[in-house]
Design a protein. Sequence first.
Length: 154
Amino acid sequence: MPTKVRSAGPEDAELVDTLVRELADHQDEGQYITVTVERWRELLADDAVTVLLAEHDGEPAGYVSAVRRIHLWTGREVLGLDDLYVRERFRGAGIGELLMLELARAAALPGRLTITWGMRTSNEGAQRFYARLGASLNTKVLAAWPYDAYAPRL
């Protein structure tokens, strides 16, 4: 059976949670995952959240996740890719590209949305992969200002 991609729904919350945790552990960032399965049920019911699951021979092989948001300079929505993950045993089989193409189809339907994302500058494999898809790679510093850092200033 070939690989197929489908949209995740609230009933997939446990699977999505498992895959997200696998990715975080792969990046040595598992300690930062705080989302719960119940929260995933809520998120997967939100129209702004897109999670696509790849299944190969009926087995979960990976996922891509994204969130629609407004780009204030243009007043139009963009699709912010959050994660692209393919389980190690399925890598090299075109599943990452398949997931990205299905995400592109989802972005094209509601108004030809631009897809944006970030990645570590040290992740040269990802940069090559995205460049092969035709993505433009722009260097930018990604900043985060967590509550614990700004709260003392309030």
